[in-house]
Design a protein around this ligand. Structure first.
Ligand code: ZN
Length: 350
């Protein structure tokens, strides 16, 4: 099959040509519950740029030479091409979206439904992913797509969408109609999070972003108030929330100073949900005690949550803004993402 292969890290992302289109061996059914998916779409994620930079090396590749060559791509959807003999409930040709983490299903975390905390692999990060024509996964990871949803239009839901969904769902479960929620960053994840909040709670949604186009997209997604991040965004949010800040703040950026601003926008007894990452969170412990604020981490989402998100998408309650590239244009897609030229999400379509 054809695949885009990463052969070497590029810490300052200066090369611009990071992956190579090559003929590689087709993935095979190895275990009886394995499935080979013909890729219909593979989302291009900022995490892929972080892999190229080598940020994940200490976790995935500590000696620097055991992971590469790697086929990236952890946001995959497509059609079932081949199934192992013990696969039940799926047939060749079924359209599916692929949960990004492959787990065994028997450890305690798995049995409690905490897929992201189970033992396993994450194709596209630690093994070959979906920047290719075919992907090996297992039947445990698949969610069948409703007829309304095409793989190339939903692939990024499997990671970006799922992550946004989990954080927005956690917040929505606490938010009452007289509450406010702030979303920092209305990009690839944020624009999904806003729609999930709109669909799942009645709180006032305030969106903060530096980019006018992102704010416009947020308005279409159901934001009640749009705040330009021009340095006065904390004051602007306070003005909209009786001077106290919001009950929930979801930070999809997590760098360039948003963590301090996000906490400043969180009212006493409120919760600050961190999704984007890059900088350290710094807050005096005494402030945490006096204000009883919560800081909540969020890691992708569960298989059940991916099913929930597909139910929202099926009913048209969330809609993903995508730009399609052919598999051969993978470097262009990564470059456009790197240069902030993508609204919503880029998807490779083989
Ligand atoms: Zn991703």
């Amino acid at each position: 099959m054809k695949a885009q292969v990463l052969h070497k890290y590029d810490p300052d992302l200066s090369s611009g040509s990071w992956v190579n289109l090559e003929d590689v061996d087709d993935p095979k059914i190895e275990k009886s519950t394995d499935v080979v998916v013909r890729i219909g779409g593979a989302g291009v994620c900022r995490t892929d740029l972080h892999i190229v930079e080598g940020i994940w090396m200490p976790h995935m590749d500590p000696d620097g030479n055991s992971l590469l060559p790697l086929i990236m791509g952890h946001e995959n959807a497509g059609w079932i091409e081949e199934i192992g003999p013990e696969v039940e409930g799926f047939s060749v040709g079924d359209p599916v979206i692929v949960h990004p983490k492959i787990t065994g299903g028997t450890c305690l975390a798995c049995r409690r439904g905490h897929d992201m905390h189970g033992d396993g692999t994450f194709p596209g990060l630690d093994s070959n992913g979906g920047y290719a024509e075919y992907l090996q996964t297992t039947s445990r990871n698949l969610v069948k797509l409703p007829k309304t949803l095409a793989p190339k239009d939903v692939a990024p839901y499997s990671d970006a969408g799922l992550t946004a969904y989990r954080a927005a769902k956690k917040a929505a479960q606490q938010l009452l109609p007289d509450h406010s929620v702030v979303v920092i960053g209305a990009g690839g994840l944020g624009h999904i999070g806003i729609q999930v909040l709109r669909a799942m709670c009645a709180a006032t949604i305030i969106v903060v972003d530096i980019n006018d186009n992102a704010l416009e997209l947020a308005g279409k997604g159901g934001a009640d108030h749009l705040v330009k991040a021009d340095g006065s965004e904390v004051d602007a949010v306070k003005l909209l929330t009786n001077g106290l800040g919001a009950e929930a703040v979801i930070d999809f950026v997590g760098e360039k100073g948003t963590t301090k601003k996000g906490l400043d926008m969180t009212r006493p007894m409120g919760s600050y949900y961190i999704v984007g990452y890059g900088e350290d969170i710094q807050i005096p412990t005494v402030d945490m005690i006096i204000t009883e604020r919560n800081i909540i981490g969020n890691l992708v989402g569960t298989w059940a949550e991916l099913t929930e998100l597909m139910a929202l998408a099926d009913r048209g309650l969330v809609d993903l803004e995508t730009r399609h590239y052919s598999l051969s244009e993978a470097n262009q897609a990564l470059l456009d993402l790197h240069h902030g030229k993508i609204q919503g999400r880029a998807v490779l379509v083989p």
